[in-house]
Design a protein around this ligand. Structure first.
Ligand code: DMJ
Length: 623
């Protein structure tokens, strides 16, 4: 499909000169109007623009004020506080849970829930390097060197270890990703050797006919689990790790594994003719077994890795980029909704073939706005969309393509990123604890007056893209739907005691998750708007206030209370992701430039590279 780009560009060049002149004039006029902040245009102006412009431009949204109230030394001091928080969590783990996977921060014990291989240590290695914690890193290296990946330690946590298998997905993103990132940042050969060994132990998981990884591997025998179904997040979130381990070791078996999986995904996309990948898959057939869509649990990183695979390989893997664009097309046109009160933008999921939205909004899905911002920052989205041949798409994917072709895709993705990150942040800012819930049910009952003059309710909810279309066609009055100033529910109730929340909390836990901070960090890096740093600072203060214990940090059971009741868990991703994104958000120096590094889904940065001529020859990569 991507070869269509050249034909497309050719077509544009052959247009009559007067169209080109008209287009430039129109661009000049519309940009001038935006800079002058003229709110609407004369009658017929938009139709004229639509005729001449390849993309319908949107103003680049800016959230809140763009003046920083906080000085650079204060941000450095805040970063230092995050470093202390990391040390507090890691020292608590070493003191009370050394040799175990994670710390139980209330009972001060260890838990083995991820193979019993010290997952917190592996997940923390690159955070130590970023924070200049050399002693901690040096002390961890011998433990990593001696770890026994063939022995699954008895679990006293969840049921994974009891199955006799190491869970492929979790082992890849936490252990393998942790080893590879720490190797890339330190150059310590032992880390790469261990990564190669671990990847080799896990490779029987790729034994399904389509090369989609199975649930797990028995590391002692090499046998893999035999189940034939899997969820998108677990079958399509290892491409980065396998690509990088193949590059770093020169091992062709590692390359062949990821190559086969990438072909399976590209074939599935071609057969499906566009759209998002559904949540459930048959591993042997390499085909989806449901039509459910989600950006949250069961799917999240499966979508994330499409863009990131393209970025990691120096933008050479164009099939992954095309899959990302087709995914974003469907998400933006079918999964993004607005609430009636504050017009909060949210991303939800749909079940079965009916595409009925649940209107659930998951904390896990709050990674998506950051992904959109990353894509808009690093990719020419308009060219990527234009490179797709719409005649090869299904009717529904073509409809999505046509709706979005009218817009400047960069501006539209950034607008969605801003609106969604704002909602994710408000989920925290609305709570007495200042921490965000695991799942909420968003209100979707839009009241309106029917043609008969009677009040009516649209209970199906309002799709964001429909609201954007109305806004466009109505002369773009006011902020783009889902953007503009949003007040917290406390602020609103001070003004109007009867103000209603836009959602009800379904799961009130905060599991020390990173997704909202990940998006806040990416919004800061891609827009330079300091409002995101300030919001991140509010969240860090809430973590310190509500989740800190004498020997670590604990997940919170009820975000709607302060002090919030805690639960006896300190997940390893808190050290790998949550504290890392906070630290990077507050550091003035850009320690992980987005054009040079790609974060895996556990926030382990892998360096961008280009396949060398020798690698292309050896691995059989077409030039
Ligand atoms: C992490 O292990 C990863 O970010 C994963 O992709 C999703 N869930 C957790 C954190 O919430």
């Amino acid at each position: 499909m991507l070869t269509h780009l050249h034909a497309c560009l050719q077509y544009r060049r052959s247009r009559p000169v007067r169209y080109v002149v008209a287009a430039f004039t129109a661009i000049f006029v519309v940009s001038t109007l935006y800079y002058l902040e003229i709110p609407h245009h004369p009658e017929g102006f938009q139709d004229e623009l639509r005729e001449h412009l390849p993309h319908w431009p949107l103003p680049i949204p800016i959230s809140g004020g763009s003046e920083s109230k906080t000085s650079p030394p204060v941000w450095e001091e805040r970063a230092a506080q995050v470093k202390q928080a990391f040390l507090h969590a890691y020292r608590g783990y070493l003191q009370h849970a050394n040799g175990y996977d994670e710390l139980r921060p209330l009972s001060l014990a260890g838990v083995n829930n991820f193979n019993g291989w010290n997952v917190t240590m592996y997940d923390s290695l690159d955070t130590m390097l970023l924070m200049d914690l050399w002693d901690e890193f040096a002390e961890a290296l011998p433990v990593v060197k001696e770890g026994n990946f063939r022995q699954l330690r008895a679990s006293n946590g969840n049921g994974w270890n009891k199955s006799g298998y190491v869970p492929f997905f979790e082992t890849v993103i936490r252990y393998l990703g942790g080893l590879l990132a720490a190797y890339a940042m330190s150059g310590e050969q032992v880390l790469l050797d261990r990564a190669h060994e671990l990847a080799t132990i896990l490779e029987p998981a790729f034994g399904s006919s389509a090369g989609m990884p199975r649930f797990g591997v028995n590391p002692a025998t090499g046998a893999s689990s035999q189940g034939v179904s899997g969820v998108l997040a677990e079958v399509a979130s290892c491409q980065l790790e396998w690509t990088y381990v193949a590059h770093a070791t020169g091992n062709k078996t590692h390359f062949d594994r990821v190559d086969k999986l990438l072909h399976t995904l590209a074939n599935a996309m071609e057969q499906r003719k566009g759209g998002m990948f559904p949540t459930h898959w048959h591993l042997n057939g390499g085909k989806a077994t449901s039509e459910s869509r989600s950006m949250g649990a069961a799917a999240d990183s499966g979508h994330e890795y499409l863009l990131k695979q393209y970025l990691l390989t120096g933008k050479q893997d164009v099939e992954s980029l095309e899959m990302y664009i087709l995914t974003a097309n469907e998400a933006l046109t079918r999964l993004l909704y607005l609430t009636p009160n504050r017009e909060l933008l949210y991303v939800t999921d749909t079940a079965g073939g009916s595409f009925t939205a649940s209107h659930n909004f998951e904390h896990l899905a709050c990674f998506f706005p950051g992904l959109l911002a990353l894509g808009a920052h690093t990719v020419d989205l308009n060219a990527a969309l234009a490179a797709i041949d719409p005649s090869k798409l299904s009717a529904e994917a073509r409809r999505q393509y046509e709706v979005l072709s009218k817009y400047d895709l960069h501006a539209l993705h950034m607008a969605a990123a801003e609106g969604l990150t704002t909602s994710c942040w408000l989920m925290y800012a609305d709570q007495p604890s200042g921490l965000g819930p695991e799942t909420v049910q968003m209100r979707h009952d839009w009241k309106f007056v029917g043609e008969d003059g009677k009040p009516k309710v649209n209970s199906k909810g309002k799709l964001w893209i429909d609201a954007v279309e109305e806004w466009n066609e109505g002369g773009r009055r006011g902020p783009l739907p889902g953007l503009g100033e949003k007040k917290t529910i406390t602020q609103l109730r001070k003004e109007d005691g009867t103000a209603q929340a836009d959602y009800s909390v379904r799961r009130p836990d905060y599991f020390l998750r990173p997704e909202t901070l990940e998006s806040i960090y990416l919004m800061w890096r891609t827009t330079g708007n300091p409002v995101w740093r300030e919001r991140g600072w509010q969240i860090f203060q809430a973590i310190e206030r509500e989740a800190k214990t004498p020997s670590g940090y604990a997940s919170v059971k009820q975000i709607n209370k302060s002090p919030a009741p805690q639960s006896d868990e300190q997940p390893s991703y808190f050290l790998a992701e949550t504290l890392k994104y906070l630290y990077l958000l507050f550091k003035n120096e850009d320690l992980v430039p987005l054009d040079k590094w790609v974060f895996n889904t556990e926030a382990h940065p892998l360096p961008v590279f280009n396949w060398s001529s020798w690698e292309k020859h050896k691995f059989g990569i077409p030039s």
